[in-house]
Design a binder for this molecule. Structure first.
Ligand code: BGC
Length: 763
């Protein structure tokens, strides 16, 4: 307990406490001068500071700030240090604009590539999401500025985002949707967590006692405050009871009054209010300690944005044309080469300090080279055959064509999901025409989420996924095209062949206010792996201008206790001609488990830089959680003793080395047998087996006795023991009731008691 906080709490009136729990304005929290309680300024967003020029207005033009690449791109860097650096830069800008809390990072899992806000989210994989977000959070918070992990939780679509009820099973929720948040809470203690608008299993997230109080605060030990997404509160009393500390935006005098009334009439226990106030005070006082700044290093941050953009860009395809060698004539095609499409729409939209233009950057680096330009399309993407003809001519007359392609305008945006994964008709026709005219064509993609490419992917010689690349992305594109930078981004999400291949396709986006997460934990590569479904570009994929070999995989020990974990090492050599960075990925596969598990799961990674010919050893630690799964009967993370395969790869589909290790489980789990447990369940339970095996063997013997020349199984033309194994034990007892000394019910309850108490008495 913090004495200073308790002292202030003791001096606050009920009215003041209630006021503190509701915002003072669109972006400000309440201050109480008489007690020196400062207000806080909270502003978007995840990849740049969107500080409203008028803090009393919800929507106004934002002050200029650096627009970094969006989360889709940042995740593809797989570079923890870089994310920390970006976090520090964000905090630096926040401090110069009097901002205390940055509303990000966005951590929702990319359940379907159709989610309109996927450009603001990191990955389809919870481990990668958690690692990248924690790195960013560490950066921001190291400077005395807070973050808001958002949107907690299962806000994986924009369709009915404010009302949809997500139906999800416990294991999926824990392993896929909560795991990333859990990692960041435990590693980085974010100042705030933002609850989402939607419902989960019938409960509004802003009132979700289990998610906010039980899991986030009690189980994970979250010490900060829970803030509502803007407007996510429907009932202020229910939300306080559910664990939502701060309602934003304000002012909402009626809600403040409702808190006062609820305490006075006994509807709300003041202890609940005090707990929220305590959390708000703690963060507000912490925020006040930061040293404000007058300005920030605009050019330095722009350079960082360029570096980040280049590390997030993923070279999807390259027949060897890249990096470009000496060329005399290049045709640059596409309106977006002049008007870059570099960020998405909605609350994360930044008023960039400056914006680099791809065409200009290419001209700067293409020395002694003639550059021609053709629009190819207009901003609205409408059919314009004459622009295609013009582009065709330009491409034919050049030695190389560089083609800028993006999805239809404003499809990467908050508030609306995409309808498909297509680029528009004009763009497809343009790619086909240009690549027919010019085999040396390079497609540059600017988008926030996967696109399908089957119609045209064979045409271009190279394809660079440049993402929503932020304000300095144009420079990064030129650096990669001309080989100044060797691309090192790897996909943080799978690119499917077609929309109907995607995991959530059958359950998207829901109807009648409800969406069922029917694919369960099989999201992203977990789904494609299990279905053996071919994809266009797998999770973890990304090409380089050099090659890497993996050798000498080893484990610190081949048999270990789950509580000790294990360290996996592998030697990586740059076998090409230029320096480069490789992302080494470690996946874990449980060889045999009692419950179904994904084929493999990412549990570690490292990015390593290597000069030509250089070898480095990469070591990655795997802790207990790397081997565990959430067991819905134990309501806990469980490891099972046995073999695990450690798969070391350059992508989820390019496993280069593997080793087998043996995990000794230290678990001591309670017995979960019940009245419905089958013979098989009893035999699989350590205590149950001792109790029931003699009876089982006796029945087996009886069935094997020759009756009229045949065994029972032969007489039935079936393996009768198979039937028995799937039968609830109580049923087997009931069938022999006349021979039993007590009722089947009584016997089962006695046996269950023995099994649960661990008594190994035989029947
Ligand atoms: C968005 C949040 C954002 C908030 C404030 C909401 O509509 O969902 O991500 O931080 O607005 O702009």
């Amino acid at each position: 307990m913090n004495d200073a906080i308790e002292e202030i709490l003791g001096q606050l009136t009920l009215e003041e406490k209630a006021a503190l729990c509701v915002g003072a304005g669109p972006w400000k929290t309440v201050s109480i001068e008489r007690l020196g309680i400062p207000g806080m300024v909270m502003t978007d967003g995840p990849h740049g500071i969107r500080r409203s020029s008028d803090l009393d207005a919800l929507i106004t033009k934002a002050l200029p700030s650096t627009c970094f690449p969006t989360a889709s791109s940042l995740a593809c860097t797989w570079n923890r240090d870089l994310l920390t650096e970006i976090g520090q830069a964000l905090a630096d800008e926040a401090l110069s604009q009097d901002v205390n809390v940055v509303l990000g990072p966005g951590m929702n899992i990319k359940r379907s590539p159709l989610c309109g806000r996927n450009f603001e989210y990191l990955s389809e994989d919870p481990f990668l999401t958690g690692e990248m977000a924690a790195s960013l959070v560490n950066g921001v918070q190291s400077m005395g500025v807070g973050v808001s992990l958002k949107h907690y939780v299962m806000n994986n679509q924009e369709f009915k985002r404010m009302s949809i009820n997500v139906i999800v099973d416990e294991r999926t929720m824990r392993e896929i949707y909560l795991a990333g948040f859990e990692m960041v809470v435990k590693k980085s203690q974010p100042w705030t967590v933002m609850c989402s608008y939607n419902k989960v299993n019938g409960q509004r997230c802003s009132e979700h006692h289990e998610l906010l109080n039980d899991i986030l605060k009690k189980e994970w030990g979250f010490e900060g405050l829970v803030v509502s997404d803007w407007g996510a509160v429907r009932d202020r009393i229910k939300s306080l009871r559910g664990g939502l500390d701060l309602e934003m935006p304000g002012p909402q005098p009626a809600n403040v009054q409702s808190i006062i009334d609820a305490v006075r009439n006994g509807q709300l226990d003041e202890v609940v209010l005090d707990e929220s106030v305590r959390r708000i005070l703690t963060i507000a006082l912490q925020a006040a300690k930061a040293t404000k700044k007058k300005d920030f290093d605009v050019d330095g941050h722009d350079a960082l944005a360029s570096r980040a953009a280049s590390e997030g860009m993923v070279l999807l395809k390259n027949n060897g044309i890249l990096p470009l060698k000496k060329i005399n004539k290049i045709a640059v095609i596409g309106y977006f080469a002049k008007e870059p499409y570099y960020q998405g729409g909605g609350s994360s939209h930044i008023n960039a300090t400056k914006v680099a233009i791809p065409l200009d950057e290419i001209m700067k680096q293409a020395v002694d080279c003639e550059i021609t330009y053709a629009d190819g399309y207009t901003f609205d993407g409408s059919d314009q055959p004459e622009l295609i003809d013009e582009a065709f001519m330009a491409a034919s007359a050049a030695e190389v064509a560089i083609l800028f392609i993006a999805p239809p305008s404003q499809t990467d945006t908050e508030g609306v999901d995409r309808l498909d994964l297509e680029i528009n008709h004009q763009h497809v026709a343009l790619i086909k025409a240009v690549t027919a005219a010019q085999p040396n064509s390079i497609v540059i993609l600017n988008n926030g989420a996967p696109l399908v490419m089957r119609e045209w992917i064979d045409g271009p010689a190279a394809v660079l996924e440049a993402w929503m690349m932020g304000q300095a992305g144009a420079e990064a594109i030129a650096d990669i095209l001309f080989g100044k930078i060797n691309p090192s981004g790897k996909l943080a999400e799978t690119f499917p062949y077609r929309l109907s291949d995607t995991p959530a396709f059958m359950n998207w986006p829901g109807e009648l206010n409800e969406v069922r997460y029917g694919e369960g934990m099989y999201v992203g590569y977990r789904y494609y792996d299990l279905k053996e479904q071919p994809v266009l570009f797998p999770f973890g994929h990304g090409l380089s201008y050099t090659t890497f070999s993996y050798s000498n995989p080893r484990a610190s020990t081949t048999a270990f206790k789950d509580t000790d974990g294990v360290i996996i090492s592998v030697d990586v050599t740059n076998t090409g001609e230029v320096a480069g960075k490789e992302v080494v990925q470690v996946y874990v596969r449980d060889v045999k488990s009692t419950l179904v598990r994904p084929v493999k799961e990412l549990k570690g990674f490292a990015k390593v830089e290597l000069q030509p010919g250089e070898t480095k050893t990469v070591s990655i630690s795997l802790d207990k959680r790397a081997f565990a799964f959430w067991h819905p009967a134990y309501h806990d993370w469980v490891t099972e003793e046995g073999d695990f395969e450690i798969l070391i790869g350059a992508s989820s589909a390019d496993i280069r080395q593997q080793i087998m290790v043996f995990l000794q489980s230290t678990r001591d789990l309670p017995c979960i047998l019940d009245e419905e447990s089958t013979f098989k369940d009893w035999l699989e339970d350590a205590n149950g087996k001792i109790i029931i095996e003699p009876m089982y063997l006796q029945m087996k013997e009886q069935f094997n006795l020759m009756m009229g020349g045949e065994t029972a199984s032969e007489a039935m033309g079936s393996d009768l023991m198979g039937f028995i194994l799937e039968m609830p034990l109580i049923k087997a007892l009931q069938m022999q009731q006349s021979a039993l000394p007590a009722s089947a019910d009584q016997i089962i309850h006695g046996l269950l008691l023995q099994a649960k108490m661990g008594k190994r008495e035989k029947v």
